[in-house]
Write a protein that binds this ligand. Structure first.
Ligand code: ARG
Length: 563
């Protein structure tokens, strides 16, 4: 529709003898009173031509009305408003047709074909073995899963990858700690194995303050691991199994779509040499105090990127370069990559992306770092800190306890929906300050409010006697309500979220959609004999529940049966 209007305007400009490129916009006015689409073309042009914008707008409208009728599709009114805006109103027919379209397309409603035949890796979550699944990882998991869903809806072939932190010097430390102070069999039998592993890791650092040889021993242990030493590998593998069990439990609880690949950093161990070769071939590397680094040109203002330590062991960055080189070989030169990782690694990803450009691995924009801000806790009840970390389980338990106060039966779906929505409703770059009252508020802009509205709409449909004598002709009111005006915009919102890689556009839209539904519902007697529009109203409600369901699916949020 937008393109159609743009085309009509361009035609009129040509008829008026205006040949220059004019950069005008056609968009939805914020207030539905000002039409369904609006353009500033007259205002832009009037400045150039030095004439009154309203006069020019009137002239354009007369010309528009003179064009062949069939070019207008569903537009039935064009008006000049304000300082010189031209507003377009869609007719009844368009909205009625759109409801039918939603009911036909069902779960496909809202999808687009922008990503057809394109492959994209969405890498997210990526927790670290033998460390807590932090709320930073929670954000990455929630946002990454949603982005993967949005891309799937835009027809991309999405590969979901969990880039586990399962390699690096910290495993040397862990191996030393287990050997000195731990008992792996007992840890494996424990209810809380990860907490015990983290305790050991903390103990290592305490002890290393006193005993300077421990760090060297840890480095030696990691080197053993890199050289495939049998004992070291055995301990490492067992720690992975313990952590994976824990992570799988969390993913299930959070209703996260299963990953397509879980390679982890260790997978790239034998693929790192090829990167070092590339770096050397391109003359990009440099020895620095025994370490091997890449330096960037002055104007990039980036610190050097460390690839190898002086003992020859690999670093995080080298594993990332190896990962991306391998991905390119595996999935093809045109593979796109998204890393959903906290904004504390923003500088690091700038280095990685720049290094990969220098190495010729990728072109500008082919791989993207999608960052997110931090969670922050207002001091008080909810800063359940154990040591220095906030355990995800404590958060989930608290959410369920509070959701249970609304309804015990649905508390899991409500709690997870609330946590996810609280994250996805905002620009992901900002920090989140935890506020339980806001998160589980049935009236505010919360996941709970959306679920509640969807349940309410479903219950009307369930109550309606759908077997009522078939009415041949559906009576349709002439008035067009806001709910209908929100409904048709859903596919545009999905597309916009894909382009910006920001799920919050969907979240904000769903809140508006739910409010317009509640408005309609509050003002309309639906299931009463006198309502001659009942069939139409029920179709409208069905179209609403379908759109809400599809929208919540994109955010990874389920709708409970009852609430
Ligand atoms: N495991 C890392 C962490 O917890 C995140 C990994 C991000 N992905 C990457 N390709 N570097 O900080």
């Amino acid at each position: 529709m937008k393109e159609q209007i743009e085309k009509l305007i361009k035609e009129v400009l040509k008829n008026l003898g205006i040949e220059d490129e004019v950069s005008f916009v056609v968009e939805h006015p914020t207030d539905f009173k000002n039409g369904d689409y609006s353009t500033n073309v007259a205002m832009i042009l009037s400045k150039k031509m030095g004439i009154n914008p309203r006069d020019l707008a009137e002239k354009i409208v007369i010309e528009l009305k003179g064009l062949p009728k069939q070019g207008f599709g569903e537009i039935n009114k064009i008006e000049v408003a304000g300082a010189g805006f031209i507003n377009f109103y869609l007719g009844r027919e368009f909205f009625t047709e759109n409801i039918n379209k939603i009911l036909e397309e069902k779960e496909n409603w809202g999808k687009n074909k922008k990503g057809e035949n394109k492959k994209i890796i969405v890498e997210y979550s990526s927790p670290n073995i033998a460390k807590p699944f932090t709320i930073g990882h929670l954000r990455s998991t929630i946002i990454g899963d949603s982005i993967a869903r949005i891309l799937t809806s835009s027809s991309f072939k999405v590969i979901r990858d969990n880039h586990l932190g399962d390699w690096g010097t910290q495993f040397g430390k862990l191996i030393v700690a287990i050997k000195n102070w731990g008992n792996l069999e007992e840890i494996e039998k424990s209810e809380t194995p990860i907490k015990l592993l983290v305790d050991l890791y903390v103990k290592f650092h305490d002890e290393a303050e006193k005993d300077k040889t421990l760090e060297d021993k840890a480095r030696a242990s990691f080197l053993k691991l890199e050289n495939k030493d049998k004992d070291a590998t055995d301990v490492w593998k067992r720690c992975i199994d313990l952590s994976m069990k824990e992570f799988e439990r969390i993913y299930k609880k959070l209703n996260i779509t299963p990953f397509d690949t879980i390679y982890g950093e260790s997978f790239y161990e034998d693929k790192m040499k090829a990167v070092i070769d590339d770096v050397k071939k391109k003359n990009l590397g440099k020895e620095s105090e025994g370490a091997f680094i890449i330096e960037f040109s002055e104007e990039k203002k980036l610190p050097p990127l460390l690839l190898l330590k002086k003992d020859g062991s690999s670093l995080y960055a080298l594993r990332d370069l190896a990962t991306d080189k391998w991905r390119k070989n595996e999935y093809g030169n045109d593979i796109r990559i998204i890393n959903e990782v906290g904004s504390e690694q923003k500088g690091y990803f700038k280095q990685i992306i720049e290094a990969e450009n220098m190495l010729g691995y990728f072109t500008e924009g082919q791989r993207i770092h999608v960052a997110h801000g931090l969670y922050r806790f207002s001091e008080g009840k909810m800063s359940t800190r154990k040591g220095n970390v906030i355990w995800l389980d404590d958060i989930i338990n608290e959410a369920e306890k509070r959701a249970g106060e609304i309804n015990e039966e649905t508390k899991e779906i409500v709690a997870i929906g609330a946590l996810k929505f609280n994250d996805l409703k905002r620009d992901s770059l900002g920090d989140i300050i935890f506020n339980w009252e806001e998160i589980l508020n049935i009236k505010g802009d919360s996941g709970t409010y959306l679920q509640y509205t969807a349940v309410r709409a479903n219950s009307i449909l369930n109550k309606a006697d759908m077997n009522r004598s078939i009415i041949d002709e559906i009576m349709i009111p002439s008035e067009i309500i806001d709910l209908e005006k929100y409904l048709y915009q859903f596919p545009e919102i999905v597309e916009y979220s894909y382009q910006s890689l920001q799920p919050h556009h969907i979240a904000t839209y769903l809140i508006e959609l739910a409010s317009s539904f509640n408005n309609f519902y509050g003002n309309t007697q639906i299931l009463v004999e006198e309502n001659k529009y009942m069939t139409y109203h029920l179709n409208l409600i069905k179209a609403f529940t379908q759109t809400m369901k599809n929208g919540l699916w994109l955010l990874g949020i389920e709708v409970p049966e009852k609430m």
